[in-house]
Design a protein around this ligand. Structure first.
Ligand code: TXA
Ligand code: MG
Length: 345
C-alpha cells in the first residue's frame, strides 16, 4: 500500500480526492478546505483515527470535534433525534457554515465527541469538502461517512484560511505524506456558527454557542425567536475558551482616540503594525506599518486570519487592531478578536 501511494501523481483534483478518501478509510489524516476555514480531517467513526487529530493538534481529548457530512447523509446514522428547530435550521442553512449540536447516536464512538452524548454535525458547502465526503462514503459498506475535522491549526493558534497555512502548521505531518487538498482562499474566513439543539426534548432552549457568518438575527428569522447565549460558566467549545485564536505576535485592541498616546509610548526599536479603519496618517515612522482594514464585517472576517499570520511571519513586536463597531453584524469577528487579544492580557 505504501509503495502504491508513492506512485500516485496527484495531477488532478479527482485523483487527489480519491487518494485522500483512501487515506481517510485507512485511518489517516487529510487536510481539507471548507467554506469557513481549512479542517484537519479523519474518519469520525474510528477512535484511532480521531486520536491522531488530537495528537497532531495537541488538543485536549475532552474537546469534541465537528463531524462533516454530505447533504444526502442519513441523519439517523449520526443522531438519535432531529428536533423540529434543527430541521428548520438545516433547511435554511445547509449546506453552509452552520454546525448543529444534536443528540448523538450511541453507535458513534465517544472519541469524536470528547465523551459527550451530543454530536456536532456540519454539512459544508465547499465542493472539494463535499466531493471528499462522497468519495469516502463510496468506500464504506454502510454508504455513510463522516469526517471529524477541527480547524487545521495547532491548539489555540489562528485557524488556516489557505492551504499554505496548513502546511506551515503541520510540517511534520505533511512531510510524512498527509494530503492537503487545495481549495484556494476560504470564502468566509472564520469558523462556522455553532447552535446547540441537543437538549430541546429536556426543555433546554436553542443555544448559540459560537457566533459566525450566520448571525443571531438570521437564526432568529428562521426560528421565530433569538437563540439563548451560552452559560459562560460552562465552556464546552474550545472556540469559546476565553483565550483562543491567538497569533504569536502580541496583540491589543485600541480606540482611535487613544492611538497617538499609544504610539508615543512605543519603544523606539519595536516594530509595530496597526490595523485601522482610516487610511495611514502622514509621516509614519519606518518601524510602523499601517494597514487599512475593511469596514465591511464580511470582508473583514475573510481577511482577518491571514492578517494575523502575516504579523507572525514578519516577526513584529506588536499588533494594534482598532476596536470594532458595537453593531451586531460585527459579533462574529469581535468574538475572535477579543479572544485573540485575551491571550495577551
Ligand atoms: O468552521 C468550522 O466549524 C471549522 C471547519 C473545519 O468546519 N471547524 C472548526 O472546528 O472550527 P473546531 O474544532 O476548531 O471547533 C469546533 C467547535 C469546538 O470548539 C468544539 O468544542 C465544538 O465545536 N463542538 C463540537 N461538538 C460539540 C458538542 N457535542 N458539544 C459542544 N460543542 C461541540
Ligand atoms: Mg479551532
Amino acid at each position: 500500500m505504501t509503495t502504491q501511494r508513492k506512485t500516485i501523481h496527484m495531477t488532478d483534483m479527482t485523483t487527489s480526492i480519491d487518494y485522500a478518501a483512501r487515506i481517510l478509510d485507512e485511518g489517516g489524516l487529510v487536510a481539507l478546505p471548507t467554506e469557513t476555514v481549512y479542517g484537519l480531517g479523519a474518519d469520525a467513526e474510528s477512535a484511532q483515527a480521531v486520536a491522531k487529530i488530537y495528537q497532531a493538534k495537541q488538543r485536549p481529548a475532552n474537546h469534541p470535534l465537528i463531524v462533516h457530512i454530505a447533504p444526502e447523509a442519513d441523519l439517523s446514522y449520526w443522531t438519535r433525534d432531529v428536533p423540529a428547530e434543527a430541521q428548520k435550521l438545516m433547511q435554511a442553512f445547509w449546506p453552509g457554515p452552520l454546525t448543529l449540536i444534536l443528540p448523538k447516536n450511541p453507535a458513534i464512538t465517544d472519541a469524536v465527541t470528547g465523551g459527550q452524548d451530543s454530536i456536532g454535525l456540519r454539512c459544508p458547502s465547499h465542493p472539494v469538502a463535499q466531493a471528499l465526503i462522497r468519495a469516502f462514503a463510496r468506500l464504506r459498506p454502510s454508504g455513510q461517512a463522516g469526517i471529524a475535522a477541527p480547524s487545521a491549526n495547532r491548539f489555540g493558534h489562528v485557524s488556516p484560511t489557505k492551504a499554505q497555512h496548513v502546511r506551515d502548521e503541520f510540517p511534520q505531518e505533511c512531510a510524512a505524506g498527509m494530503p492537503v487538498l487545495e481549495g484556494g482562499d476560504t470564502e468566509i474566513g472564520i469558523e462556522s456558527t455553532i447552535v446547540d439543539v441537543s437538549r430541546i426534548a429536556q426543555g433546554m432552549p436553542v443555544v448559540l454557542l459560537r457566533p459566525g457568518h450566520i448571525s443571531a438575527a438570521q437564526l432568529a428569522q428562521v426560528l421565530g425567536y433569538t437563540p439563548a447565549s451560552p452559560d459562560a460558566a460552562v465552556p464546552r467549545a474550545s472556540g469559546t475558551l476565553k483565550a483562543h485564536y491567538a497569533p504569536q505576535t502580541r496583540l491589543s485592541l485600541f480606540d482611535a482616540a487613544n492611538l497617538d498616546s499609544l504610539l508615543a509610548a512605543r519603544p523606539e526599536e519595536e516594530r509595530w503594525a496597526i490595523y485601522a479603519f482610516n487610511s495611514a496618517p502622514a509621516n509614519l515612522p519606518i518601524q510602523l506599518q499601517w494597514h487599512q482594514v475593511s469596514a465591511d464585517p464580511v470582508r473583514y472576517a475573510h481577511d482577518l486570519y491571514a492578517l494575523l499570520r502575516d504579523a507572525d511571519q514578519q516577526n513584529l513586536d506588536h499588533l494594534l487592531i482598532e476596536r470594532l463597531p458595537e453593531d451586531t453584524e460585527w459579533d462574529a469577528v469581535a468574538d475572535r478578536l477579543q479572544r485573540a487579544a485575551a491571550a495577551f492580557e
